[in-house]
Write a protein that binds this ligand. Structure first.
Ligand SMILES: [Zn+2]
Length: 287
C-alpha cells in the first residue's frame, strides 16, 4: 500500500539520514527502484514529473502499476508516489488518481501567489491523507542555462511557506537539476543552516542530487536535509548500460533482440545506483 511521505521524512530528519526520491520513467525503472528499496530495507519515494506522467499513460496508470508491484513483488518497505514539480492542475489530478504525495512548485510565482496556492493545496492534500512539498527559490536546471551557482532561497520566505502546514520544503541552496557545470561553486551551507534555523523540524529537500560530491551530501544531511532527489544519475547509468549492450553486439546473438534482454543491463544498473545512494543517504535498514 502506498503511504504519504510525511512519517518517513520526519523519522529521517530526527534520525539524521535522508530518504531518496528516485524518478521513474517506465516499468523497468519502477521495478528496479522498488527492488533496490526492498533489498536495502529502506523507505523510498517514487518521483513522477508531469512529463513522465504523460509518457507513462497518465497518473492513474502509474498508481495501478506501483500498487500492483507492491502487492505482487511483496514490497513491504514504505513507498510513496510523489508528483515532482507539479503545477496546481497536475497536483489536483494526482490527488484524484490516488498518489500519496505531491510537490507544488510555485517558486516561479510571486511569493504572495505561491502562498495562496500552496495554502489551498495543503488543505486538499491533507484531506486526502497525502503529503505535500513546496518550493522556495527556483532550482536551476539545464534548460535555464544556469552557469556556476544555482539560486539560494530567502530563509524568511522559507519560514513563511513552512508555516503553511506543508510537510517538507525544497529550498534552493545553490543546487541545480541535471549535470553540474565544471565551474559550479558547490552548495551554500550557510543558506541551508539559516533555513534550518528558521524552519526547525521541517524536513528539507535537496533537488538535483546528481553530481553533488558525497561529502557535501553528508554535510547537507547533518543540516536538516531529509529527502534527496535523484533523477539524472539513474538515466545516465541506464543509458550507458544499454549502449554497452548494443556496442558489444549482444542484440545480434541468439534472441538478444528480445526487449526484456535489451532492457536488463539498464535495469540492473539502476538497482545498483539506487542501492549506492541509499547507503550514502543512510536510509538502509530504516524501513
Ligand atoms: Zn527538482
Amino acid at each position: 500500500m502506498l503511504v504519504s511521505a510525511t512519517e518517513m521524512l520526519q523519522k529521517a530528519k530526527a534520525g539524521h539520514y535522508a530518504v531518496g526520491q528516485f524518478n521513474i520513467n517506465n516499468l523497468e525503472w519502477t521495478k528496479a527502484i522498488l527492488t533496490a528499496a526492498q533489498e536495502c530495507n529502506s523507505p523510498v519515494i517514487l518521483g513522477v514529473s508531469e512529463g513522465a506522467g504523460k509518457y507513462m499513460g497518465g497518473y492513474k496508470t502509474i498508481v495501478g502499476m506501483v500498487n500492483g508491484m507492491i502487492e505482487e513483488l511483496g514490497i513491504t518497505v514504505p513507498v510513496a508516489t510523489h508528483l515532482d514539480h507539479g503545477s496546481y492542475d497536475a497536483c489536483l489530478k494526482c490527488v484524484e488518481a490516488g498518489f500519496s504525495s505531491i510537490m507544488f512548485d510555485g517558486s516561479h510565482y510571486p511569493i504572495e501567489e505561491n502562498i495562496a496556492k500552496t495554502t489551498e493545496l495543503v488543505k486538499i492534500a491533507h484531506d486526502n491523507n497525502m503529503s505535500i512539498e513546496a518550493e522556495v527559490g527556483a532550482i536551476g536546471g539545464e534548460e535555464d542555462g544556469v552557469i556556476g551557482k544555482g539560486e539560494c532561497a530567502d530563509p524568511d520566505e522559507c519560514k513563511m511557506i513552512a508555516d503553511l502546514g506543508i510537510d517538507f520544503l525544497a529550498a534552493g541552496i545553490g543546487n541545480i537539476h541535471g549535470v553540474y557545470p565544471d565551474n559550479w561553486e558547490g552548495l551554500s551551507f550557510e543558506t541551508l543552516d539559516a533555513i534550518q534555523q528558521k524552519t526547525g523540524d521541517m524536513p528539507l529537500v535537496l533537488h538535483g542530487g546528481t553530481g553533488i560530491p558525497d561529502d557535501m551530501i553528508k554535510k547537507a544531511i547533518t543540516l536538516g536535509v531529509a529527502k534527496i532527489n535523484v533523477n539524472t544519475e539513474c538515466q545516465i547509468v541506464f543509458t550507458e548500460a544499454t549502449r554497452k549492450y548494443f556496442e558489444e553486439g549482444k542484440d545480434k546473438v541468439g534472441k538478444g533482440f528480445d526487449p526484456r534482454k535489451v532492457l536488463k543491463p539498464g535495469y540492473e544498473a539502476i538497482i545498483e545506483k539506487v542501492k549506492e545512494k541509499m547507503e550514502l543517504f543512510g536510509s538502509v535498514g530504516k524501513a
